[in-house]
Design a protein around this ligand. Structure first.
Ligand code: HMH
Length: 221
């Protein structure tokens, strides 16, 4: 059998923490239909703010990939991610108006502020491309796995939230996350043990920030 990739090793080693993010009570409540709509609306407003800070972060990765990546196809994958963020921002505006959430009056909560600061720290030129793209993959993968789980057979997703689940749980988004993961594995396979360890620390930080973000959404942070 093939040698496990770096991300396979991490997901095995940190399965409990990872599931804490991808099987959070907020996600489970969407899946089983018991979700509190005021939690959903809180999540919607906060995530809009998050996604707006996510754009410059992804842009910084795009620039690092041009300078540091040995593989020219990385750029297309990251650029595709940027394009889908443009779509996502418009979707948030539309969704917010449907749910009567005023995006201009959303006050960023602590967990969100901390997460955005974390993104900003990863934009520093001192952060290696391989470390930054690891965080990028983890951020996208948590949402993909969470919402794909909602869509799995036997769900009772409220009809109003079906589109949300499909946005991140659809097969295309899954394939995009797999491309990011392949980039990460490819980068880390060639990286020094120090860089691999650093990337693992950032991977775990992403998982923790994601849990805090869901906690904030249900009103427990
Ligand atoms: C908090 N994590 C958070 N928001 C998102 N929109 C994503 C990940 C995926 O883009």
């Amino acid at each position: 059998t093939a040698k496990p990739t770096v991300t396979e090793t991490w997901l095995r080693k940190h399965r409990l923490q990872y599931n804490g993010a991808t099987r959070h009570p907020f996600i489970l409540s969407i899946r089983d239909g018991s979700v509190n709509f005021s939690s959903f609306k809180r999540w919607l407003g906060q995530d809009y703010i998050f996604v707006r800070s996510f754009v410059p972060f992804v842009a910084s990765i795009l620039m690092k990939s041009c300078k540091e990546s040995s593989d020219e196809s990385d750029m297309e994958v990251i650029l595709g991610g940027m394009a889908s963020l443009n779509d996502e921002i418009n979707w948030f505006r539309n969704e917010a108006s449907k749910f009567h959430v005023s995006l201009t009056s959303v006050v960023p909560q602590n967990a969100n502020v901390n997460y955005c600061k974390f993104l900003e720290s990863l934009m520093s030129p001192e952060i290696e491309y391989s470390v930054a793209i690891t965080a990028f993959w983890a951020i996208e993968a948590v949402y993909q796995e969470s919402f794909a789980h909602c869509l799995e057979e036997g769900n009772s997703i409220p009809q109003e939230l079906q589109e949300t689940c499909e946005r991140w749980g659809n097969a295309g988004f899954g394939a995009y996350c797999k491309s990011l993961r392949d980039i990460v594995d490819h980068c880390l396979q060639k990286a020094s043990p120090e860089v691999v360890s650093k990337a693992e620390v950032f991977f775990l930080s992403v998982v923790e920030h994601e849990v805090e973000f869901w906690n904030m959404s249900v009103g427990e942070a």
